[in-house]
Structure formats: structure tokens, C-alpha cells
Write a protein that binds this ligand. Structure first.
Ligand SMILES: *Cc1c(COP(=O)(O)O)cnc(C)c1O
Length: 383
């Protein structure tokens, strides 16, 4: 992929601000003491920002570990030349154990079957397979139940092919570290870790914080934090935004591929959900659609930016394209667009900005999903 050049094959692209990614990575490093580590979560192609490129920048800026959600994501990092320790955040199918060893990807472990399969493969390969043990403390998603950690370790620890590199849990309500639910998960986690230590089972790196917990609760950072969304400059809540300012990394832009002045009453797009209300409405076409992650639920509800002004998206968003209308009003004289002009779908233009949070609100989802979706098909430009 060409750097510092927009796509040569399509008039639509995602811009990644490398400086912002570096500043955000440093902001998280700044939360940590000298012996605490930063694990950068680059699952889902770095939340749509490009995993290999982002991982390189994060590692060069002080990340100690990278985390992925799938074995393939881990392999992609290794094939992209990434040398950092890689943690897989769940337990994959046992069939993948030799790939994990070959590519040095540390799995999360929470079943004895998987642990022993991993250990057997490691012994055959003449290596030791490092793993992190996931502990279930209340989210009811993955992990060894917090009351069963010692028995679990006892059932696998004899195996010389595996070694525990860390233990972790994950918060369901990290946005509210004062709440009872969060505090209960923390207590269960601490008790589980102490029980293992007292029974003589090494725990390695102890970690539980995602972005909101790491920002809002200094006391739960332990040996490492696992930051995801915040690295990309998106805030999980208003409270984190007030506590740690971050810079959005992703912008989405496109060039106008066609302009037209349909007659009053003409429909625009599938189903004519918009009709041209008067004369001299300029309808512009942009080459981004729902297959690029621009949700069709935004149809007739979102704006784009053109020369610092908001313009209204009109008609149903198509799979690969959408239309906007530039309407002159008595109050506002709008500049007219020409083919090739750049419009901003997400990001800043002059004094105006369209944020991932704005899209998330309109779609009834969270900024995480908005960012991931723009990773679907658009080419990325790193600036
Ligand atoms: C995705 C994920 C994270 C990162 O969460 P953010 O809220 O994006 O910081 C951390 N830990 C686990 C286990 C995850 O699945």
C-alpha cells in the first residue's frame, strides 16, 4: 500500500494520522510506572486502522505487548515483521496449537484440554509454550471460574511443555469503577491471584484493565494495561474524555465522482427516499457505501463536510456509493462542488468535525463499531 498518497484506484480512503497514534500511545505510557507494561490491542485490524502499520508505530513508541482476537490476526502481525510478544485474547481451537508455537503467539487458556494439547505440541517441537490464563470474575464470557483457579492450575501445571506468562480478567463495567459490579470483579480477581500465589503457582504478568479502567482507576493497573480504543483516539465515555484527552486517528474522505442538478420532484437513490425539493439543488455522488462500513441506517440522517460546511446526505446509502445535496438557502450561500472535490465523511474540515461518536449516536451503537466498520474495504493512507 502506498504511503502518503491517496488511493490510485478509488476516490475514497481512510486517513490514519500517525502523529496522533504516537501521541495517544505516549499518553497511555504516561499512566504507567516504570515497571508497568503497555499491551496495545490491535484486534480487528487495529479497530479498522490497519494492524501491522499501527503495531509498528505502537511498538516503536513503547508498547511492550500486542493483543489480537484470532490466530490469523497474530500470524498477520508476524508476517508483517512484528517481533513484539503477541497475546491471543481467547482460547482458539486445539487444532491451532502448532501455528501458535510456530508464530510465537501466546494463547489465553481456560480449559485443561487445550492446555494439554498446547503442551504436547510444545514438547514435540522442543519448546515451551507460554500462555496467559483467563479468569472468569463476573462478565460470564471466558476464563476459569475465579473459585476454581487453583484446581485448574494443579490439573495442568505438571506439564513441562507450558509456562504461565500472565493471568488476567476483563471488566464488564469498566466505565463505572465506583460501582459495585466493578468492585466485585476486582475483588474476585485479586483473591484468585492470591490463591494461586499462595498455592505456589506463578502468575507472571497480572493484568485486567482495558481503556476505561486504565484511565479511571489507577489502582487496578497491576503489571500491565490492555489499551485498545483509546489508542485510536476514541473515548469510551465522557468521564474518560475529561480525564485523558486523546486525538482521533482515523478520518474518512472521498472525492465527488459526479455532480448534477435534478429537476424539482426527482427522486434520488433506491426507493426515492429523498426527492429534490426545489430548483438548483446540487446532488453530488461519493464512492463510499455500506460495504465500506458506512451503515445504511445513516441514510438521510448523516452529514458530510465540504469546505468546512455541513452538507446533508440524501437518499438511501447504496453498497458502494451515496449522494449528498448542496442546497442554497436565503441564509447561507453554499459553495458548489465539482467532480474531484474532497468531502469528509468522518474527521475534521476547517472548524467543523464529524466524529465517530456522532455516527455511533445516529446508528445506535458505539464508536468501536464505527471504526471497525470503516476497516472493511476502504484503502488506508498513513500520514
Ligand atoms: C478488546 C479488549 C480489550 C481492549 O478494550 P478497549 O476498551 O478497546 O480498551 C482489552 N481486553 C480484552 C480482553 C479485550 O477483549
Amino acid at each position: 500500500m502506498a504511503l502518503n498518497r491517496e488511493s490510485a484506484t478509488r476516490w475514497a480512503w481512510v486517513e490514519i494520522d500517525q502523529g496522533a497514534l504516537r501521541r495517544n500511545t505516549r499518553a497511555f505510557k504516561g499512566l504507567l510506572g516504570p515497571r508497568q507494561r503497555l499491551c496495545c490491542v490491535v484486534k480487528a485490524d487495529a479497530y479498522g486502522h490497519g494492524a501491522v502499520e499501527c503495531a509498528k508505530i505502537m511498538y516503536a513508541t513503547g508498547a511492550d505487548m500486542l493483543a489480537v482476537a484470532t490466530v490469523r490476526e497474530g500470524i498477520e502481525l508476524r508476517e508483517g515483521g512484528i517481533k513484539a510478544p503477541i497475546l491471543l485474547l481467547s482460547e482458539p481451537p486445539a487444532e491451532s496449537v502448532s501455528l501458535l508455537l510456530e508464530y510465537e503467539i501466546m494463547p489465553s487458556i481456560y480449559t485443561a484440554e487445550f492446555a494439554l494439547a498446547f503442551g504436547e505440541a510444545a514438547v514435540s517441537a522442543g519448546v515451551v509454550g507460554r500462555y496467559h490464563m483467563a479468569i472468569e470474575t463476573g462478565m460470564n464470557r471466558i476464563g476459569v471460574h475465579h473459585t476454581e483457579v487453583v484446581e485448574f492450575r494443579r490439573s495442568i501445571e505438571f506439564h513441562r511443555g507450558i509456562a504461565c506468562d500472565g493471568v488476567f480478567t476483563h471488566f464488564a463495567t469498566a466505565d463505572e469503577p465506583d460501582g459495585w459490579d466493578y468492585k466485585l470483579q476486582r475483588r474476585r480477581f485479586e483473591e484468585a491471584v492470591s490463591a494461586m500465589q499462595e498455592a505456589g503457582f506463578p502468575c507472571g504478568i497480572v493484568h485486567c484493565d482495558n481503556t476505561p479502567a486504565s484511565i479511571l482507576d489507577a489502582s487496578s493497573r497491576y503489571d500491565m494495561i490492555r489499551a485498545g480504543i483509546g489508542l485510536y483516539g476514541l473515548q469510551p465515555s465522557d468521564r474518560t474524555a475529561a480525564a485523558l484527552p486523546l486525538d482521533p486517528v482515523m478520518s474518512v474522505r472521498a472525492r465527488v465522482t459526479r455532480v448534477a442538478y435534478p429537476a424539482m420532484g426527482e427522486g434520488v437513490g433506491y426507493g426515492f427516499t429523498y426527492r429534490v425539493p426545489r430548483a438548483r439543488v446540487q446532488v453530488c455522488t461519493l464512492p463510499v457505501g455500506y460495504a465500506d462500513g458506512l451503515s445504511r441506517t445513516l441514510s438521510n440522517r448523516m452529514d458530510v463536510l465540504f469546505r468546512g460546511f455541513r452538507v446533508q446526505q440524501v437518499g438511501n446509502i447504496c453498497m458502494d456509493q451515496f449522494m449528498v445535496a448542496i442546497t442554497q438557502t436565503s441564509r447561507r450561500q453554499m459553495p458548489e462542488a465539482e467532480v474531484g472535490d474532497v468531502m469528509t465523511i468522518m474527521g475534521r474540515d476547517g472548524d467543523e468535525a464529524i466524529t465517530a461518536d456522532e455516527h455511533a449516536r445516529l446508528r445506535g451503537t458505539i464508536n468501536y463499531e464505527v471504526a471497525c466498520d470503516f476497516g472493511l474495504r476502504l484503502e488506508r493512507v498513513y500520514r
